[in-house]
Design a binder for this molecule. Sequence first.
Ligand SMILES: [Fe+2]
Length: 382
Amino acid sequence: MSQAKLFFMPTRIVHGLGSIAAVVTQARAAGGTKACVCTDAGLTSAGVTARVTDLLNEAEFPYVLFDQVEEDPGVRTVAAGVDVFKAEGCDLVIALGGGSPMCAGKGIALVAANGGVLTDYEGFNKAAKAPYPVIAVPTTAGSGTEVSKVTILTDEARSFKMSILDERTYPTVAILDGGLMESLPAWPALVAGMDALAHALDAVWSVGATDFSDGLAAASAATILQSLPKAALTGHLGAKQRMLEASTMANMATGTSLPGLAHVLSQPLGRLHLSHGLATGIMLPYAMEFNLPVASAKIAPVARLLGEQGDDAELAESVLFRLWDLMDAVGFPTTLDPAVVTDDEIPLLVEQCTKVVNYRLNVRNASPADLERLYRKALAKE
Ligand SMILES: [Fe+2]
């Protein structure tokens, strides 16, 4: 029987403070002659878009600005972006922003190359042709979509966040420049950062973990535990750069191993209008506590990277303590709000967890009774 596993991540990563200066070189190397700069109006008014368009202007690299991407964009925005892309004769997308503009940019490149509408590509490998090249430039450290084959966009007609999974939708290039996070406020930086930490740790305790994903995930988790407060709450650019790179590494890990229990528990909470990063961050320590009895040897390397010594059980527990301390230090909620997650909701939340695609991927099987107990713990912080 074959034991073959796969690690595949074709995105070229350019990283470091000031690395946005490489955008024109990378656009030309990707074969682009005219870019559609896909972003949101907030980044344009904050001056972040100009950090890219100034470089394009200087190099006389043709582009059109499409900065109409809203929060949770979907079919309509992608169709509008495709119209602009085609009318202007573009052959490259520069997707600048958090998860929303980056996923919209990936969607535009896909639909512009293949025709039809976004919903035609929902699911696995539906596109006949490769998308136009995409240069992804994250301005938050969390979504990881700059190195992901997954594109998440909303179908407004169904009020449904759909997933497009295709190995050809990995961005061609990711440019990781923490300097672009200079004006990011603390709260979105914290929410994104906790999601990134959950990507790293959910990769560690996934049954799909391999030595490749483990190495990336442990290094990412250790860096985030150290860097998140400084990166989110101060103007320290070095810490922002470390967070950005750690977030990308976390998604390289979880993209191969697929995420475990924290993401399973958080997914149904979206229905109650908790943002993904907030829900995942709150559930993360409870997921870790549940996994400690079977996963201490997998979690311990995170503590070793932070210079701690001890046996696996002690070290894994110390990672949990560090997580609680981090959440307290930055003022991130550690409990679910009982006014939002009421008692009546719990049976449905549990049922929805069991239908999440990665439900069976957690290293310790969580029964419906376990899931209920975890939600109740998160409500009461028992
Ligand atoms: Fe996530």
